[in-house]
Design a protein around this ligand. Sequence first.
Ligand code: ADP
Ligand code: MG
Length: 832
Amino acid sequence: MAGASPFAAALEAVRRPLEFAARDGFAHLGRVRELEASVHAAASRAAALAIPGDAARALAGVAARFAAPLAGEARSAAVREALATLAPFADPAWAEAALARPVTALPGVGPRRAELLAERDLRTVLDVLMHLPSRYDDRRSLAQVGELVVGHRATFVARVLLADFVAARGRGGRPMRAFQAVVGDETGSVNLKWFHGGDSIKKTVQKGATLLVTGEVRRWRFAKELTHPEVEVLEPPPPAAAGEGEAASREVEVRTTPAGRAEGPSSLRRIVPDYPSPEGLHPRALRAIVGAAVGEYADLVAGHLPDTIVRARGLPEPADALRFVHDPPQSGDVAALLARRTPAHERLVLEELHLLELGLALERAQRAAEKALPLDGATGPGVEAAIAALPWRLTAAQARAWSEIRADLVRPHPMNRLLQGDVGSGKTAVAFLAAMAAAESGAQTALMAPTELLAEQHARTLGKLASAVARAGGGRAARGLRMALLTSSLPRGELASARRALAEGAIDLAVGTHALVQGAVRFARLGLAIVDEQHRFGVLQRAALAAKAADDAAPHVLVMTATPIPRTLALTLYGDLDVSVIDELPPGRAPVSTEILRAGEGRRVMAAIREATARGEQVYVVYPLVEESEKSDLRAAVTGAERIAAALPELRVDLVHGRLDAPARAEAMGRFERGESHVLVATTVIEVGVDVPSATLIVVEHAERFGLAQLHQLRGRVGRGARPGRCLLVARASTEDGEARLRAMAETTDGFVIAERDLAIRGAGEFLGTRQSGRLADLRVADLLRDARLISVAREGALETVRRDPGLRRQPGLARAVSQRWGDRLALMAVG
Ligand code: ADP
Ligand code: MG
């Protein structure tokens, strides 16, 4: 039964005979055979599951009541009472609420521990259940003290030879007290040290006691030692050896294992899970808390993964999977556990991804049902003429992306498509065709860029394409695509008249920043919104734009991104979007070579600039600009520009940065594009969109401060013409991540490989940035990188589920699970 927890199934087995007996006003009661025996057996089975005490007690009560044969009135009364007792537990909401109980519902968790757990986002019982071990200690094979290896974790049994406080040096050489024990077996001895918590350790680690010790072995001076190891007392010291013998024997722990069994020293040889634990909570205490959660709640957890996937992959039920990961059997494969590659891990990961993908699929379905203006012009002769009039032929990848977009645009439902393509792959040209299609259909297009500079550049590039097409004539294109640039730095009068023209329908394509969607801007007939670099663009802006669409219809939306994302990841990140990929660069692109330079190699930089400009080529020099040090960064760029101008007086050096006003910036960019200036020194503003084919050299200062995606974008500024490009990355400081980024840049120019490296270096959360991390930070069990291969499995399962049961009307439990897990986020996404 997909979707049912072991508890739900077992409870059903108790209730079925009871309900049958109660049917038609107990009319058949006398004829039900073996009622007591079957209810007793089923209730006993259910009571023994890993479920909370209240449910277990209710079931045990029913079992007791039906332990012996009943007759007449007593029989029907027992049936009636049993049904009444069990009714609340049969409501699926009960199990959901039980799993949502605060952690304080678990034994051993009071307000103080609850606070510590909350630091790790462990607030409910379910959170604790899903808090998977980050590591496992293999305590099946015990080491001998004489064979401990420095730098490795080990578990061994040893006797305490000496134990006392000693003088030690704390941070900065401050004298402090540490608790130290010398422990040993017949092969040797080793030191254990605690720098804090000594007073409580003192009670456990007593001379003469036998301990089970686990920890990392380190070298200290000439000896080996373990600091803050985990210790468990296997045998207390003999009474004579310990002055406080009585107290010591009370310290012998009888712990509770996840299954609720008492754990004595004989079962200590096992694989022990190790959890990321908050400061101040002993790993053993956290283990006990997780153990209690598993022992009392695991069988309430329901699985939602389609049976076909469960069977095909041979996966355990979620409850069994939880038992396995939290308390692996003796026979467990530690390597597989450590890699999280057991069927149990897979089940839990797939359960989580499946719910996520279902949420995305539902959201998509909801979007697809909205209305939009069909842009029939997309298949008309005007666009065909425009394609023919472009200065080059579309690449095969561009043509494919365009045909996918075209098919969307003519439908009466909004397109929501991501156009993904490496820097320079020709996305702008495809966006241009979409804008032409809208114009040919009598609808307007809004193109939004994240910065004014980018908006200005888009306006220039699109303007060039538009005039090339207009010169060739044909269709409405004969009149030319009527464009306007709307940014907040436009003179007031100009902005006002552009807005008026937009409202009157005298503009086909408006290019701008958010100013475009703010305040008084109105469109006569908005049909298409193109958003550049979506990850910098808020959901709310997309929503605001949708509100400006014509006739109650949502606009078609095309999102362009030059941040290549591995496809499986893109499908999940932008699960609400369809994806088109331009995976090919226009022909004739020259290769770009990349070199990493260090501080002190300024001469080589200057020489490279001289060589390139001597060949009549142009040069970018880029400085980072981070907000908190904006002033000094700006100064670095200014100084850099001055130094180059002084060293190469025959060259024209221009400087652009975000503080320049728009006209000054446009002038400088214009001079560079027309080849009137030779060197363009810039803060990161040129990151995206500049297109000057005769620029062949880019120097990136403080390259270690740029993200990998940014570096890739910057490098994409050169090698756009027929002449080979060169990229000099000047590293002025060294960090591990920084070096990894620079190495990746030197090794490959493939944007997809770079994106994967970036993901590996930064981890999914950071890689995804603002909007996406908000959505996915919540993944508890799955890791988008490690579990990439499971994303498509979950996705296909989810699509199949939705295909069979759109809206999940026949599976209310599943629908509830999705909305409980992702509800807030899905609501947010639905706004976009
Ligand atoms: P992107 O926006 O993907 O970074 P652009 O659209 O700015 O790329 O295109 C990069 C450069 O390639 C521009 O100079 C553009 O004119 C040129 N280009 C685009 N498509 C083609 C093509 N099919 N053949 C040749 N050059 C092209
Ligand atoms: Mg571009």
